[in-house]
Design a binder for this molecule. Structure first.
Ligand code: SAM
Length: 213
């Protein structure tokens, strides 16, 4: 199987032709290989246009949805980003290719350990991973993030996450019911208020935690 070619086709047909145009995002997708983040027996489906099971009842998201979320975040090289729901670590690695520093929280210990091993194996030095309830945000230190990306479905914006966003910072989060959500782009305005913009419909696994389901 020619994974290089499949990856290029994925970027062309699933991302570019559906409106993902941020070069930083497209370059990250060209660099990070999705087949390295799925179970061995599903490798041949790694570049398909769909989510895939990664064990523990969880999924690696559809490439297009990840591309759209990363584009909505309007990432810059110097940004510090918080990701909730590390899962396989694929999206974390994409983020790590684009921004300076990525903090990521996963509640499932098995998935977190697997992702940690993968980051070490691939040589990522700008990813900090914690196991815990990401709805409470980053609790170890006080950090204000340029961007926050939530990769699981929330009933509403978790308050601790909004408070950890910088003025001008962006959060992308699927909000809705347990079965269907809409991607929301939340921006923290100068006066501390929230600007909300709506994007595509989507179906994520639930965000389980104190400020989630
Ligand atoms: N973007 C990931 C990838 O590239 O593989 C896929 C994330 S998967 C759709 C959602 C993840 O969120 C699951 O691994 C799940 O365990 C995790 N999760 C759910 N609730 C969480 C919480 N409160 N804190 C941290 N992780 C959570």
């Amino acid at each position: 199987m020619d994974f290089e070619e499949e990856n290029r086709m994925m970027v062309e047909y699933q991302l570019k032709r559906r409106g993902i145009s941020d070069e930083k995002v497209l370059n990250a997708f060209l660099k990070v290989k999705r087949h390295l983040f799925v179970p061995k027996d599903l490798e041949r489906y790694a570049y398909d246009d769909c989510p895939l099971p990664i064990g523990e009842g969880q999924t690696i998201s559809q490439p297009y949805i990840i591309g759209l979320m990363l584009q909505l975040l309007e990432l810059r090289e110097n940004d510090v980003v918080l990701e909730i729901g590390t899962g396989s670590g694929y999206q974390t690695a994409l983020l790590a290719e684009i921004v300076r520093l990525v903090y990521t929280i996963e509640r499932n210990e098995t998935l977190a350990q697997r992702a940690k091993n993968k980051f070490e194996e691939l040589g990522y030095k700008n990813i900090v991973l914690e196991v815990g309830d990401g709805t409470k945000g980053w609790t170890k230190e006080e950090i204000e993030f340029d961007g926050i990306i939530v990769s699981a479905a929330a009933p509403k914006v978790p308050e601790p996450l909004f408070s950890q966003l910088k003025i001008g910072g962006r959060m992308v989060i699927p909000i809705g019911s347990r079965t269907f959500q809409r991607l929301h782009k939340i921006t923290k305005l100068e006066d501390g208020n929230m600007k909300v913009e709506y994007s595509d419909g989507c179906m994520f696994v639930p965000l389980i935690g104190e400020y989630g389901w």
